[in-house]
Design a protein around this ligand. Sequence first.
Ligand code: F6R
Length: 240
Amino acid sequence: MNIIKTEDYDELSEKASEIIIKLVRNKPDAVLGLATGSTPLGLYKRLVTDHKEHGTSYKKVRAVNLDEYIGLDKAHTQSYAYFMRKNLFDHIDINLNNTYIENGTATDEQAECERYDGILGRFPRDIQLLGLGSNGHIAFNEPGTKFDSTTHIVTLADSTVKDNARLFKDISEVPRKAYTMGLKSIMQAKKILLLANGLNKADAVAKLMYGKPTEELPASILYNHKDCTVILDQEAASKL
Ligand code: F6R
């Protein structure tokens, strides 16, 4: 695990953007595993600025997302599909047909998991971007998730519902169920880039750095990945 400590969120976002931009320039048809949430927003802004100023092209890139709330249509403003368009895809030249995310309103949920695993198999990811949950989750793989999991349906932990409530009008609107890429699927990416910023991630980061791989801390599976980079800001690294 390669750990990069940065001063602040800006520097974290800058370092992360350098990694993604370099990859896309070297491999114009790269497959990017992407994440939603607050953490990658600074990174996505930089990808957009770089695309506009330096012309880095995403025409041949494919983007595969981690997770989606069950029950939210892709047009719903809190869906992760909407988040990706609003914060990234609408501002770069990616072909939306080359972007993939679980369908939150699929009628057959089990079939949807299988469909998504098929997509992951067809498009091996060159890099998988991850944020870190305050409880140590990655994607929506909550503590206790099996290390050999593939795409599955999860009931979100109370702490995750609380963490994510800030983005909804009321906590009662936060969906309780979601699709998530599994831990085994995450590990299949050639490279992993985990970002964590802010004090509320400090405990999870400390457990991750001082512990051993355990299903109680889903992110700890990343110890077993041969090319994993973790970028922290000072606050997230404050308990190390
Ligand atoms: C998002 C995702 C989640 C978040 C994590 C951190 O697609 O899979 O695991 O990365 O909950 O969320 P933020 O970045 O909002 O602190």
